[in-house]
Write a protein that binds this ligand. Sequence first.
Ligand code: UD1
Length: 359
Amino acid sequence: MTDHVLTVVGARPQFVKAAPVSRAIARIENLRETLTHTGQHYDRAMSGTFFEELGIPIPKHNLGVGSGTHAYQTGSILMALEKILEEERPDVVLVYGDTNSTLAAALTAAKLHVPVCHVEAGLRSHNRRMPEETNRVVTDHLSSLLLCPSDLAAENLKREGVRQNVHITGDVMYDCLLQSPEAPDIQATLKCLGLDRETEGFYLATLHRPENTEFPDRLTSIFEALNELEMPIVIPLHPRTRNALEANDITLGSNLHPLDPVPYRTMQALMRQATTVFTDSGGVQREAFYLQTPCVTLRDETEWPETVAIGWNVVTGADKKGILKASRKFRQAPSAWNCPYGDGTAAEEVARKIQEYLR
Ligand code: UD1
């Protein structure tokens, strides 16, 4: 008998996580996968290019939800996905990470008594003001199979009384990175910005979290720091950030080189070559770590504390002095590196655990 996995993705980082897992599921004989896109991210730059570049199959269903408030996004997904689950009758619903798409899919499935498998279970920032923290806590408590990227994530679940069907698989984002060849056009991208890697270094920055974009003081402080950094900074701008900069009349210093959101492999290549990465993204923090590029995290906490303990990440929040100090610290990259998030075979493990669970 073939078991049916219905995967729900919706936002940029989920496409990256789903890519290696879909490949691993396809290799298992008695498993089949139906992909559903909620449409939370819908631009070509935020969605389409990822499917093409990572070779993800075209989703069978697209809910076309788009942007809106948290309630709008979550509610719209609930209503649209209920019909699809009734039609498809999957054996398990597979969700990734901590977005509104994750929460809505987990809730729809749980209400229909379809087991939920959560990849990236157990991560905690312990900051309930983050929408992602609510999403991940609720999703974990609704899930029947919890697949954690690290020992610490599994410990977090234990502390909350979640002990059954919890497994440590490693981080599927590491798999995706190892399975993707480097982008060929990085020099061209840099040249277009007037940068030449041969003669000067550069920094890479990304920013999109509401805790920064929706608070003008924080946004101003971060950009004051970036404007003062001594090297050129390549900064692919998330649409939310571009809007926030305009709304708050924040101008970018001449050392900042804005770009539209860049495709996956271009981003990996930029990260690999950057002297240091500045970010508030969870995905970028660990991708920088995997590529052994130091990272300054523009948040007050991190779900990836191992990267800090090993010496490749400093959490500065929006504090200007702290950001500048961290950039000076990383003029010299750390020497020791070991990976607490698996060995790049997490996707195989995820597929195996799903198969075992359904047996
Ligand atoms: C979402 C996730 C966040 C994840 C991020 C990755 C939630 C609560 N947040 O945040 O955890 O790290 O995705 O990028 O689910 N927009 C476009 N084009 C698009 C998509 C969005 O222009 O294709 C713009 C819209 O103006 C929208 C804004 O970006 O209002 C924010 O998009 P949204 O999906 O609400 O949240 P993200 O900030 O992307």
